[in-house]
Design a protein around this ligand. Structure first.
Ligand code: KG4
Ligand code: ZN
Length: 343
């Protein structure tokens, strides 16, 4: 049985084909990064229009690469929440139209939960129960994942998402957009200990995150250093700011995962979302889990950043009869599927 999946929640137009194993046969992503670069962030109206232009060619590409024709598709999966509502609506409308035209079931998948499911997909074996962390441009959420379809929110950011902080700090340092990979690159030659930036809630017994104070601390340090260094900061200072910022984010994310694993007694850690593409972060997670004898699951880059293959979570939903109605709507805000667990 073959599924066609669509993802259009932010600035990547994506389609994938997988079977009910689930095994990925095609995973096509058309990035809009170039379109949004000059604005220093994703412009919702621009993103929605670009999805309209790109979605059908991306679906065509995915079908071609998989060697499957539209007639062979027996279910449509779509991520309908959370995200930019105009962007989501493009994917959701296309998915509904395909489900009606092909007379096949429609399955709705939560984008945040799919980022964690990407770990299960990449591992090819059972990874749940696990602690799940999603660190992306829009979200920083920590879950107690009891099974592939039972995710309980432990905590989330109370202000900026981790990826958003990377993007904003990159903009403060004049590095460009999207900021994550550019900060990572600049940090390679920097000293992570030069600036002692704040690590919010690290010592608190709560699973929430906050990155806006950290971003402001970088802003002020950069402004003061620019003054001291005669108007602009040196390349070395820029690298040191990037490295010290990155280290602060890593310390908080790794620290909260450790606390959650210790508190729940779980032994598996699944990490997904764009920020999980960051190499020093992956290495720090690796060290921390190895030290405790825990198992770490992080998908390869192509399944960390936004993609439609992670919607293979739809196979689990389809198996348990969780189909979406044809009047399926798009929802911009993340709504956890289960009640929060007391910390
Ligand atoms: O999951 P994703 O592709 O899209 C959202 O759902 O938001 O995540 C994008 C975010 C951006 O904020 C980007 O700066 C960040 O992931 N990112 C990184 C890296 N690559 C992407 N952050 C840190 N280091 C990276 N190498
Ligand atoms: Zn995402």
């Amino acid at each position: 049985m073959y599924f066609l999946a669509i993802e259009s929640s932010c600035d990547e137009t994506a389609a994938a084909v997988f079977d009910d194993e689930p095994k990925i046969l095609a995973n096509v992503v058309a990035s809009q990064a170039k379109l949004h670069e000059r604005f220093g962030g994703v412009v919702p109206e621009v993103a929605a229009r670009a999805h309209l232009q790109r979605l059908l060619p991306v679906i065509d590409d995915a079908l071609k690469q998989s060697g499957i024709t539209l007639r062979d598709i027996e279910a449509i999966a779509v991520m309908n929440t959370p995200g930019l509502v105009g962007s989501l609506l493009v994917g959701v409308s296309a998915a509904k139209m395909l489900a009606v035209a092909l007379d096949v079931p429609l399955v709705a998948v939560n984008h945040i939960e799919a980022h964690i499911y990407a770990c299960r997909l990449a591992a090819g074996c059972e990874v749940f129960p696990a602690i799940g962390l999603v660190v992306s441009g829009g979200h920083t959420c920590l879950f107690d994942c009891r099974s592939a379809l039972d995710f309980r929110l432990l905590g989330a950011t109370i202000d900026d998402a981790a990826g958003e902080a990377f993007d904003k700090v990159a903009s403060i340092l004049g590095l460009g957009f999207p900021g994550g990979p550019l900060i990572e690159k600049a940090a390679r030659t920097g000293d992570p200990k030069r600036f002692a930036f704040p690590r919010a809630f690290l010592r608190d017994h709560r699973f929430d995150f906050s990155f806006s104070g950290l971003k402001t601390a970088v802003l002020y340090a950069h402004r003061d250093l620019a003054k001291a260094e005669g108007g602009t900061v040196s390349e070395q200072t820029k690298a040191d700011l990037a490295a010290s910022f990155q280290q602060a984010v890593i310390d908080v994310l790794v620290g909260k995962c450790r606390q959650a694993l210790e508190q729940t007694g779980l032994e598996n850690l699944c990490v997904g979302g764009g920020v999980a593409a960051n190499q020093p972060f992956r290495q720090a997670l690796q060290r921390m889990t190895e030290e405790h004898g825990w198992r770490l699951f992080i998908p390869p880059m192509s399944l960390c950043t936004d993609n439609a293959a992670m919607a293979a979570m739809a196979v689990e939903k389809w198996r348990t009869g969780q189909l979406a109605p044809l009047d399926l709507d798009a929802y911009p805000t993340y709504m956890p599927s289960a009640a929060p667990v007391p910390a």
